[in-house]
Design a binder for this molecule. Structure first.
Ligand SMILES: Cc1cc2nc3c(=O)[nH]c(=O)nc-3n(C[C@H](O)[C@H](O)[C@H](O)COP(=O)(O)O)c2cc1C
Length: 156
């Protein structure tokens, strides 16, 4: 299954895990990068309001892929605004598989995962897998085993 990993990471936690997955499954990795940074409170409020921020150029066309693995942190219980924009700009998604990996400080990723799932299911994608890595998983190192198990899905 040819997979594109699209990763947004502000402080680097999500990127560490996305890179580990990328090495394990031999996929391509593209970085979602908002054009402009914002203050912490603006980040949280805009995420909560499900706003979209303009993003830099990256791979947005799934033409040559079977699967998209979207990786991002949780902001205010939601997907970050740069990710919302990426979901809108994605092309050739119909009939493709979707997987989601999120990292967070605490817990509570359900709304964000649903946001991503809903935005892409209406365009014809099918959610096949999800992984959440909590702050505790990151501190204890439990994320390594969870990630290795998750990678099996993409090796078929
Ligand atoms: C603006 C902002 C809002 C956040 N909101 C949440 C939240 O609602 N719940 C949570 O568990 N963590 C929250 N976090 C923590 C991040 O999700 C967590 O540190 C994540 O691993 C960061 O990933 P990154 O290093 O790839 O950016 C927030 C962080 C930021 C910057």
């Amino acid at each position: 299954m040819k997979t594109l990993i699209a990763c947004y990471s502000y402080t680097g936690n999500t990127m560490v895990i996305a890179q580990k997955i990328n090495e394990a499954i031999d996929s391509d990795l593209t970085r979602i990068q908002p054009v402009k940074d914002r203050w912490y409170m603006i980040k949280a409020i805009h995420a909560y309001l499900e706003k979209k921020w303009p993003i830099e150029d990256c791979i947005k066309d799934l033409y040559e892929y079977d699967c998209l693995l979207l990786c991002c942190p949780i902001w205010a219980g939601r997907a970050p605004p740069g990710v919302n924009q990426y979901l809108e700009e994605l092309q050739n998604v119909k009939g493709k598989k979707l997987a989601v990996m999120v990292t967070m400080g605490g817990n509570g990723n359900e709304i964000a995962t649903r946001q991503i799932k809903t935005a892409l299911e209406v365009k014809g994608m099918e959610l096949i897998a999800r992984l959440k890595i909590t702050g505790n998983d990151q501190k204890s190192g439990a994320w390594v085993a969870k990630t290795e198990e998750f990678c099996q899905i993409f090796m078929k």
